[in-house]
Ligand binder design. Structure first.
Ligand code: PMP
Length: 449
């Protein structure tokens, strides 16, 4: 970056400038004392408001998989905004939404041949749950109203998502959530899985928990099970070997729909377009968001298999098949960003690149074993979870400190969930930058109290 450009980025806000924005999932009072402000980005780097280059170790919020401000995506967005800024997708349609749906369903495994669009991962989760309920309704199984998630699961912040989600603070302040949601046990057990690379060997049998819920509630009341193939927001939990296959088998046995929430795992994070491919398991519904536009424009959606779409198409002509959708469903600018992003992933072979780097990434991450405060390290695809020993009586404090130290003192953006550091860089990262990212993380660990 030239000096002139660097000068442009400098922003020195007064406390007043920061007051009005109530920031999400952030200790606002602490942030506003010593803000971490970002004003530009390019490729692997953010640029802080004070002009410093900050290595992006997290692809933003797991979304900037192609890196930042990439020319072809920016140009596609500009072109689309100038040509067609908005058009409804209720009763009307425009080419980009159809094009993106076709591209996504071509990329998806099996007969996941239909795409429905929304604007975020939270909306995608709620859309998937609503489609599952409506599917049973239209196929004469309206008693199937129960939705099963998993402890420690994250499916966004809508009422559906928090009901099947299993991260306590995301639920407990918000009343009773949806009736009829239940949870499988989570799949992490440090005693059996510590320092795992890829899928842990231990734990496939935990899928049998679904049989317990079937016995408890009866299959005739259960609509769907939703899980993240790899749980990201809860601290990077890869599925035990064979777990997802076993879950699929149990769902099949009992007529329960299986939903994979791939909001994080789709678009190369685990080395494939969708994690479903990596695991050779075909869910009935996949949710996606984030990486579909490389984070540039909000867009989410669900992919559904033939039997689901067709069940809705069997009603009378001219009837609306699904009473669901958003003003911005398939927004033209978002759809254009999506098509350009998929082009870039393909042209640069970024999913294959992630797969090729996985071994080296895992070596670099696991080399942090034995550093101060490290309690466990897990790697999968281009993701690493590093658990820190919590400060006694103050859960989350050490993680928060690590994130602040990384940004202010080591020019690196890392993500934390409680006391777990989660690293998930743009897929354009190379071996040298992987080295730099873990060196910075090592220095952060050594600097912590
Ligand atoms: N599902 C999963 C698996 C996620 O990781 C997230 C976001 N981290 C969401 C849903 C929610 O997405 P959004 O924040 O776009 O609503």
């Amino acid at each position: 970056m030239s000096e002139a450009q660097a000068a442009e980025t400098v922003w020195e806000p007064s406390p007043n400038d920061l007051e009005s924005f109530w920031m999400p999932f952030t200790p606002n009072r602490d942030f506003k004392q010593a803000p971490r402000l970002i004003s530009r980005a390019k490729d692997m780097h953010y640029y802080a408001a004070d002009g410093r280059a900050i290595m992006d170790g997290t692809a933003g919020l797991w979304c900037s998989n192609a890196g930042h401000c990439r020319g072809p995506i920016v140009e596609a967005i500009q072109r689309q905004a100038a040509e067609l800024d908005f058009a409804p997708n209720f009763q009307f349609g425009h080419p980009k939404a159809f094009e993106l749906a076709s591209r996504l369903t071509t990329l998806a495994p099996g007969d996941l041949n239909y795409a429905f669009f929304c604007n975020s991962g939270s909306e995608a989760a709620d859309t998937a749950l609503k489609i599952a309920l409506a599917y049973h309704n239209v196929t004469g199984a309206g008693s199937r109203t129960r939705l099963i998630g998993r402890e420690r699961g994250y499916h966004g912040v809508g009422f559906g998502g928090i009901s099947v989600g299993g991260i306590a603070p995301n639920r407990k302040f918000f009343g009773t959530a949806l009736a009829g949601a239940d949870h499988l046990r989570h799949t992490y057990d440090r005693e059996h899985q510590a320092y795992s690379r890829g899928e842990p060997e231990w734990g496939a049998h935990l899928a049998d928990d679904l049989e317990r819920l079937v016995a408890l509630h009866d299959a005739s009341t259960i609509a769907a099970v939703i899980v993240e193939p790899m749980a990201g927001s809860t601290g990077v939990l890869a599925p035990p070997k064979g777990y997802l296959k076993r879950l699929r088998e149990i769902c099949d046995r009992h007529g329960i729909l299986l939903v994979f929430d791939e909001v994080i795992t789709a678009f190369g994070r685990l080395g494939h377009a969708f994690a479903a491919e990596r695991y050779g398991v075909l869910p009935d519904i996949i949710t996606f968001a984030k990486g579909v536009t490389g984070g540039t424009i909000p867009l989410g959606g669900v992919l559904v298999r033939d039997h689901i779409y067709q069940a809705f198409m069997n009603g009378p002509e001219h009837a609306i098949e699904l009473f669901h959708g958003y003003t911005y469903t398939g927004h033209p600018v978002a759809a254009a960003a999506g098509v350009a992003t998929l082009d870039l992933y393909r042209d640069e072979g970024l999913f294959e690149r992630a797969l090729a780097l996985e071994e080296m990434w895992a070596d670099a991450a696991h080399a942090l074993r034995g550093e101060p405060h490290v309690a466990d390290i897990r790697t999968i695809g281009l993701v690493a979870g590093i658990d820190l020993e919590p400060v006694e009586g103050k859960p989350g404090q050490r993680g928060y400190q690590a994130m602040k130290t990384a940004f202010h003192d080591h020019d690196t953006m890392i993500r934390i969930t409680a006391d777990t550091i989660a690293l998930s860089p743009p897929l354009i990262i190379g071996e040298d930058k992987i080295g730099q990212l873990f060196d910075a993380t090592r220095r952060v660990l050594r600097a912590l109290d």
